[in-house]
Design a protein around this ligand. Structure first.
Ligand code: SF4
Length: 346
């Protein structure tokens, strides 16, 4: 049987049309969207201002959530990882991860890390998500559903689009979902960071329509030959072109870029790397964020020592590059990107 259209797939106008098609009143659409998207009511039975008959009809004909939580993993620091399964019409169900990361200061709310694809075609060899290849893009509704499930764990104040998948390869569904996140769920554009490996043409497209997102570009090395190995889908795009795309973004949006750099012990943290990276970034207003590698079972990469990461950061700072270090949270709980899903697939 074909899947019935989910509320989260629809725009406000489409919701109104659908509700009226189903025999409801036009004003029900606003009541429903406010209750679900703004107030976080995830079951029509909880919208008590609607009659029992309307609630039952909606539950039958216009589902809110389609996914099923199949695993939840909680780290000592409060980070929660959800493994969510989405049904696929006539196909294999899709598994994705969403991570809820509470702030150290509870009053500040949490950051939600969302996925945009089932698997990832970029195939970075140090990433669990890249190992299983791409199955498909997530729909707009499936991206929004992650926010609703995340907010159900605890209040959200920020979001990073850094989970499974390459966001710019699912641009239309992502921008559709983030419109709802900004306008109806209530996380402002400036609190949303989109993280990409930096496809220049797609970045230019997003930059022109950008409503104010923060941008992070995963660079991982200043050398073309090494980037072709570490970020295989970008093998034909020189680092210089990625940096130019970043410059164009800055020109179009006025927003500085963060260059993400996964530090792989002994592989991309030498003095040669820091010097070349600093030379590449000279004159650019940006930040480098170092992410010490999180071990993934059975791969060949090493987590760098704390001292080595600090030293690499210091070399960059001395060369004039604004540099931060992001020590991953939740390491005790399948916390490396894509690990829950990898386990479920084994
Ligand atoms: S690190 Fe990001 S871009 Fe690379 S394979 Fe993993 S999810 Fe894809």
């Amino acid at each position: 049987m074909p899947l019935k259209p989910s509320l989260l797939e629809l725009t406000p106008d489409e919701t109104r049309e659908r509700v009226m098609e189903l025999g409801g009143k036009a004003f029900h659409a606003k009541v429903i969207r406010t209750a679900v998207l703004n107030k976080g009511i995830l079951d029509y039975q909880g919208i008590t201002s609607l009659s029992k008959g309307v609630r039952e009809m909606l539950a039958e004909e216009m589902p809110i959530l389609r996914g099923r939580e199949v695993d939840r993993s909680l780290a000592k620091d409060g980070t929660t990882k959800l493994l969510i399964e989405f049904p696929v019409e006539g196909g294999k169900n899709a598994l994705i991860e969403t991570v809820h990361i509470p702030s150290h200061d509870e009053a500040k709310g949490a950051t939600l890390c969302v996925s945009t694809q089932v698997g990832c075609p970029v195939a970075c060899p140090f990433c669990a998500s890249g190992r299983l290849g791409l199955e498909r893009n997530l729909s707009k509704a499936e991206i929004i559903e992650q926010y609703l499930r995340g907010r159900d764990i605890g209040r959200l104040s920020r979001s990073v689009v850094m989970g499974i998948g390459e966001p710019l390869l699912n641009l239309q569904n992502l921008t559709g979902a983030l419109k709802v996140v900004r306008e109806e769920i209530g996380i402002g554009a400036r609190k949303i960071t989109v993280s990409t490996v930096g496809f220049p043409d797609r970045l230019a497209k997003l930059g022109k329509t950008n409503p104010g997102f923060q941008l992070a570009i995963s660079l991982h090395t200043p050398f073309d030959d090494q980037r072709a190995i570490l970020v295989p889908a970008m093998a034909k795009v020189p680092v210089a072109d990625v940096l130019c795309a970043g410059d164009l973004w800055f020109k179009d949006t006025g927003r500085q870029i963060t260059y993400e750099y996964v530090v792989l012990g002994g592989l991309n943290d030498s003095r040669e790397h820091s010097e070349r990276l600093a030379a590449r970034l000279r004159g650019r207003r940006c930040t480098v964020n170092l992410i010490p590698y999180n071990p993934v079972e059975g791969d060949r990469f090493q987590r760098p020592s704390r001292d080595d990461v600090e030293e690499f950061a210091e070399e960059l700072r001395e060369a004039g590059v604004v540099t931060t270090i992001r020590w991953s949270r939740g390491l005790d709980s399948d916390a490396a990107c894509g690990q829950l899903r990898l386990h479920a697939a084994q």
